[in-house]
Design a protein around this ligand. Sequence first.
Ligand SMILES: Cc1cc2nc3c(=O)[nH]c(=O)nc-3n(C[C@H](O)[C@H](O)[C@H](O)COP(=O)(O)O)c2cc1C
Length: 142
Amino acid sequence: MFQLAYTSKANQAFLLDELTELSNDAGMRNRKIDVTGMLVHHDGTFFQFLEGNELVIKALYKRISQDSRHTNCKIIYTQESNTRMFSNWFTRYLSFEYIREITGEELSEDFEELLAGKIENKDEVMRIVNKLTSIVSSHHSD
Ligand SMILES: Cc1cc2nc3c(=O)[nH]c(=O)nc-3n(C[C@H](O)[C@H](O)[C@H](O)COP(=O)(O)O)c2cc1C
């Protein structure tokens, strides 16, 4: 299992509908190639976490990073792992407002720094993503 997370800048304003469509489409494609993860958009920045077969993830990232809807793709995390963090999410979209609502001030501030590109330490990225998934999982059973 290979995990990759990146941040990027949106090239256009995204309406919620468009984000939902983008992540639904991504989720359907990712399901076919056994890729799981999540996508967050806030203030013109994307954060995406992808996990699956290493070659598949690398090829997917290459395709995503060439998408004209965003630029400045920057990998902030890569890791080999024995387990999936997002075992049943084929690219789930989370809004920052939702994250703030369920995680509270401290984690949402961490997440804001992550989106702003201020956190590049791998362990820190993992700590934040880990905490986020455990809180989100306890709120949702899908
Ligand atoms: C922020 C962002 C995240 C994306 N995430 C995925 C993804 O996880 N999986 C995917 O197949 N496509 C994703 N896409 C769409 C791809 O860039 C691409 O448009 C899509 O895979 C279709 O590729 P194709 O036109 O070469 O077939 C994403 C696009 C953006 C802008």
